[in-house]
Design a protein around this ligand. Sequence first.
Ligand code: IPM
Ligand code: MG
Length: 356
Amino acid sequence: MKAAIAVLAGDGIGPEVTAESRRCLEAVGRLFGHEFELTAWPFGGAAIDAHANPLPDATLSACRAADAVLMGAIGGPKWSAPDAPLRPETGLLRLRKELGVYANLRPVKVHPALVDASTLKPEVVQDVDLIFVRELTGGIYFGDKHRDAHSARDVCVYEVGEIERVVRVAARLAQARRGRLTSIDKANVLETSRLWREVTQRLMAREFPGVHLEHMLVDAAAMHLIHRPRDFDVLVTENMFGDILTDEASMLAGSLGLLPSASLGEGRRGVYEPIHGSAPDIAGRHVANPYGAILSAALLLRHSLGLETEAATLERAVSDAFAAGALTTDLAPQGQRALSTTEAGDAVLSRLRPPT
Ligand code: IPM
Ligand code: MG
């Protein structure tokens, strides 16, 4: 098949990890005889510097025209002063909104070879296999904002339709997995959460009676995630809770650098990015973990291009690399030489094989 992929590498370690996810996509394309056309576009802080706009029109148009968007990470101290006129993050939020990618899938799967990489006990994290569905284009991220000398305000709004569509995505995933959905909210305090709970309850009873639904308060969820993570299958939650809980959940897998994400809307086009940030402290040192970015490329193959075998082939190569101990500094045990970003990419590429 032919596919156009817009590449938005961004800032900090973004370009370093994206170089590896790009190489992997190209290699998968060659292996299976696909024509992937990858084109790079300015985005984030780099686009503020070059075009005074974190999401230049040409970048947005290219993303709209593409079959999928492969992204790195954005942001950094250079653009984060309290009075900064333009912020890289605004470009990211606008891109999500403009493309209508309201469902952000963040899978967390603990690889057997990485059980000891977690700060949690092996018996707690082994066999964890869960997936977050984070609402991505609503809530407090997108409500009215106000700031004056004495006060500040961020408004959180959710509409019924916004809740229904993201819960449907999560429920379908649960149907195809172990049939359990945990909806996370703060219904004991927030009006938006009470609406979230009511809408979820009603929709699940009507459309997904076979999926087991439980509601959980976000504070309790933060605790249970590290207490008994194996009990979770699919978790669905609003934008900000999902942002916070998925950084926490990454520690089950062993490193923030491991987690991929897929942001999906109504069509097939999606945005694929590791959940980590631009890590300015390690940028340029070639030590960043590219696995979250590479696994995001696998999600791209699966969800936007419908190439399940290709996606599974790339995921298997990553998994084989872990099993062989191909680990970056964030994962390598004391005394073991850690791989550079490129070496980790090589470790995956050398294990890419057609399915038997
Ligand atoms: C993420 C990031 C972003 C978010 C930032 C960079 C705006 O933390 O994708 O999780 O909060 O959504
Ligand atoms: Mg985040």
